[in-house]
Design a protein around this ligand. Structure first.
Ligand code: PBG
Length: 320
């Protein structure tokens, strides 16, 4: 009697948002092509971040707002790996889990999306008092620094909700990640790609991070086929920089990375919430020493006053 080899099923954890699903189905499709004999199943879950929609993100101290439930699924052996927007994945992962793969990055920059009445404007020509929506302290601090005449207002909800609020006239403009709009087929809403000189992007922005169990060599060998080395090196440098600086809450930290040959250049900034202080510097070195470069840049910014800015922010958040 012949017994055919049982087909292995790999279970992928994902959030339910439209963006999360587009990203997870992309990973599923790529892996299915590489491994036609394995079945890849998507298991969706709601995370805390999907449920709490009425509180400003910056005030929710808990990191891993969009990842915790997915991590519990892997630790309980209900799923085998999880697909995240890398920028939502905390720099310190729970015991037993690792960042197993970083995929090729889309444009990591931020985009300006404007209300129709400002279609002839750019970020530097929006009128004084124009209301700009963002929930990110990083975007807020950098834009306030450059454009103190603009008014900033918190905005929450998924991409479609935010765009609807903009179109309804609640905001003159909003800031969103270029990558998210591209992945959802809404590139036509990108009015301006904000230059890195004005706003450094978030750590990991535009890349996907695949998290799995530490030591699960089978799953690791599968997901590694989607790894993009240059993106991974850039993101390891960015994540080391953030890990070295952050405290217990969201902080205005931005980065930019470039790779030329074997050399990686990491630029990073820390700003005060009012945008009045902004400390920025760069380091270059071997791309294979990515994490070391991140730590080195963090130490340099500390020496230039970043520590004082961060302590002030931690104290303010604690008081609220
Ligand atoms: N937490 C929100 C989030 N997480 C990932 C993206 C976009 C895609 C990316 O940066 O990879 C977004 C939306 C945004 O910032 O506009």
């Amino acid at each position: 009697m012949s017994v055919s080899a049982p087909t292995r099923t790999i279970r992928i954890g994902s959030r339910k948002s439209q963006l999360a699903l587009v990203q997870t189905y992309w990973v599923q499709e790529q892996l299915q092509k590489h491994f036609p004999d394995i079945t890849f199943e998507v298991h969706t879950m709601s995370t805390q971040g999907d449920k709490i929609l009425d509180v400003a993100l910056a005030k929710i101290g808990d990191k891993g707002l969009f990842t915790k439930e997915l991590e519990v699924g892997m630790l309980n052996n209900e799923t085998d790996f999880a697909v995240h927007s890398l920028k939502d994945l905390p720099t310190n992962l729970p015991e037993g889990l690792i960042l197993g793969c970083v995929t090729e990055r889309e444009n990591p920059a931020d985009a300006l999306v404007v209300h129709e009445k400002h279609k002839d404007k750019q970020i530097d020509t929006l009128p004084a008092g124009a209301v700009v929506g963002t929930s990110s302290l990083r975007r807020l601090a950098q834009l306030r620094h450059h454009y103190p005449h603009l008014t900033f207002k918190d905005i929450r909800g998924n991409l479609n909700t935010r765009l609807a609020k903009l179109d309804a006239g609640e905001f003159d403009a909003i800031i969103l990640a270029v990558a998210g709009l591209q992945r959802l087929g809404m590139s036509d809403r990108i009015h301006q790609v904000i230059p890195a000189e004005i706003s450094l992007h978030a750590v990991g922005q535009g890349a996907l991070g695949i998290e799995c169990r530490d030591g699960d060599t089978e799953v690791l060998s599968l997901i590694k086929v989607l790894e993009h080395t240059a993106t991974a090196q850039r993101c390891y440098a960015e994540r080391a920089f953030l890990r070295e600086l952050e405290g217990g809450c969201q902080v205005p930290i931005g980065v930019n990375t470039q790779i030329e040959g074997d050399t990686l250049t990491l630029t990073g900034m820390v700003a005060s919430l009012d945008g009045q202080q902004l400390i920025k510097d760069s380091v270059s070195g071997a791309a294979i020493d990515a994490a070391k470069l991140g730590i080195e840049l963090a130490q340099r910014l500390r020496q230039q006053g970043a520590q004082t800015i961060l302590e002030q922010i931690f104290a303010e958040v604690r008081q609220e």
